[in-house]
Design a protein around this ligand. Structure first.
Ligand SMILES: [Zn+2]
Length: 430
C-alpha cells in the first residue's frame, strides 16, 4: 500500500478547507483506517505496539478508537531501530532522510519517499495560496537548504513564482543584502532567524525590504517577534506550526484568530492525562499524519503544548482551530557587539552520534556544549562540533565540548536545550 497519489491528494486540498464536520470526520476515518492497516501489516514497530494493547486494525470504527494505541514520543522514536520504523513495502535505499532540528535536544532521523515530500509541500502551498500567494510572486525562503535559485526546471514555466533560497546560517548582514537585491514579495523563514534579521534592519535603518506576505515557521511567533517583524518588513507576519517529523500541522490566516489545523490530512489530538480536552482546554499535541506510509507516525507527540480554540475562524475555513501554541523554545543567544544567534539546533541535527545535548552560554563569548554520546560516537565528533560552532559564531567565540552522563542533563522534558547568558526577547521593547 502506498501513500496517496499526488493528483488526488492535490485535488482534495482545496475542498478540504471547507468540509462540513461530518464529511471531514468521514474523510479522516477512511484515511486513518487505510494507514493503520498498512502500519500493522508492514511496520514491525507498530505491529508490536498494536499487539501490546490487543488492538487490531479491524477494531477502528470511529476516530476515537485510535486512543487505545499508545503515544510515541520523540525520545521513544529515537530509541527504535530504523528498520522497525520503515515499511517493508518500500525500498529503504530510495528514501530521503531528514533530521529533526533537535530543538528538544533529541535529534531524530525521518525517512520519506520523494512522493511524500511532494505531498508535504502541497500542504504548505495550500496555506500560502490561501493567504494570497500569486503565480507572479518573487518568493525567498530562508531555510536549512543551501543558497540558490530553487526548482529551476519549474521556473522555465513563466507563469510560476520565482523562488530563491538563502541558507539561514549566512551572516545576517549578507542575508539582508540579498533581500535588498532580490526584493521578494514573499518571505518565508524561521521566526527567530527572521527576528534577528529584523532587529539588525531596524538598527541599521534599512527600510527597503517590504514583502507583501511574510510567513514564519518552526518556532513560536511571539508577540515580541510579531511587532519586530511587522515594523522591519512592513508586513504582519503569519505563523505556521510545523516540525521536521510532521510537516505543517496548523497555520494562521490573515485574521490571525488562531491556527487552522490541517485536519483533513492529519489527526491532531490535544490531550491532558491521555484524554482529549474540550474547546478552550490546553494539552499535549499528538499527531498522526495520514499521508505518510514509508515511515508512518501514529499518535506521535513532538512535545508541544496547544490550546483548542473556542470558536471557528470567521474566514470561512471549517478546519478545526488551535488558539495558542506554547513551549516551543527559540534558543536565541546574545553575542558580543549586540549580535544574536539562533542556529544551534540545526547544527546539532547533523550529529546522529549524539543522543542528547545542552548548550550553556557561560560568558558573552563562551559556550559549553554538553553532550550525551550515543552509538558510533568518537572524539572526532566533539572536535567537529567545536569547529562548526566556531565557524558559525565567529572566531573570537570559545566553544568547549564535554561528554556527560544522561543524568547530568536532568529530566528531558523539563531541561532547556540552550541556556543563554541572559534571556533574549527580541522585539519585546518595541
Ligand atoms: Zn481563518
Amino acid at each position: 500500500m502506498n501513500s496517496p497519489n499526488l493528483f488526488s491528494f492535490s485535488r482534495s486540498l482545496q475542498s478540504g478547507l471547507r468540509l462540513k464536520e461530518a464529511a471531514l470526520q468521514a474523510a479522516r476515518l477512511a484515511r486513518l483506517t487505510r494507514l493503520v492497516e498498512h502500519a500493522y501489516k508492514e511496520v514491525s514497530y507498530y505491529r508490536g505496539l498494536f499487539d501490546s494493547v490487543g488492538f487490531k486494525p479491524g477494531q477502528l470504527r470511529q476516530l476515537s478508537d485510535l486512543r487505545v494505541i499508545p503515544v510515541t514520543t520523540r525520545e521513544r522514536l529515537q530509541e527504535i531501530p530504523r528498520d522497525e520504523l520503515i515499511s517493508r513495502a518500500v525500498r529503504s535505499n530510495r528514501l530521503h532522510v531528514s533530521r529533526t532540528s533537535g530543538s528538544t535536544g533529541t535529534p531524530v532521523a525521518l525517512y520519506r519517499t520523494r512522493q511524500e515530500g511532494w505531498l508535504r509541500q502541497s500542504l504548505t502551498l495550500r496555506t500560502f495560496f490561501y493567504n494570497g500567494l500569486r503565480w507572479n510572486d518573487r518568493v525567498v525562503t530562508i531555510s536549512r537548504s543551501p543558497s540558490g535559485s530553487s526548482f529551476r526546471w519549474f521556473q522555465k514555466c513563466r507563469a510560476s513564482p520565482a523562488l530563491w533560497n538563502i541558507w539561514f546560517h549566512e551572516q545576517p548582514e549578507a542575508i539582508i543584502r540579498e533581500l535588498q537585491r532580490l526584493q521578494p514579495t514573499v518571505i518565508y523563514g524561521f521566526a527567530s532567524n527572521l527576528a534577528i534579521i529584523a532587529d539588525l534592519m531596524l538598527r541599521g535603518g534599512i527600510d527597503d525590504v517590504k514583502p507583501r506576505l511574510l510567513a514564519t515557521s518552526s518556532d513560536l511567533l511571539t508577540a515580541g517577534y510579531r511587532r519586530l517583524l511587522a515594523r522591519a518588513f512592513h508586513s504582519e507576519p503569519l505563523g505556521l506550526y510545523n516540525c521536521t517529523e510532521l510537516g505543517d500541522v496548523a497555520w494562521e490566516c490573515r485574521r490571525r484568530q488562531g491556527l487552522h489545523v490541517n485536519a483533513d490530512w492529519l489527526c491532531v489530538e490535544v490531550l491532558r492525562a491521555g484524554e482529549p480536552v474540550g474547546p478552550g482546554g490546553t494539552g499535549e499535541v499528538v499527531v498522526t499524519p495520514l499521508y505518510r506510509y514509508a515511515m508512518p507516525l501514529i499518535r506521535y507527540s513532538p512535545g508541544d503544548v496547544a490550546t483548542v480554540a473556542q470558536e471557528p475562524c470567521a474566514c470561512g475555513v471549517t478546519l478545526p482551530m488551535l488558539s495558542q501554541l506554547e513551549g516551543r523554545s527559540q534558543n536565541v543567544v546574545p553575542l558580543p557587539g549586540g549580535r544574536y544567534f539562533a542556529g544551534f539546533s540545526e547544527i546539532m541535527s547533523h550529529y546522529p552520534e549524539i543522543k542528547r545535548y545542552q548548550i550553556v552560554q557561560t560568558a558573552l563569548d563562551a559556550f559549553t556544549v554538553r553532550i550525551v554520546p550515543g552509538h558510533e560516537f568518537s572524539p572526532q565528533v566533539s572536535r567537529s562540533i567545536a569547529q562548526v560552532m566556531t565557524e558559525r559564531l565567529g572566531d573570537r567565540i570559545r566553544v568547549e565540548v564535554s561528554a556527560v552522563d544522561e543524568s547530568d542533563l536532568g529530566a528531558r522534558r523539563k531541561s532547556a536545550t540552550v541556556i543563554p547568558l541572559h534571556p533574549v526577547d527580541l522585539g519585546s521593547a518595541l
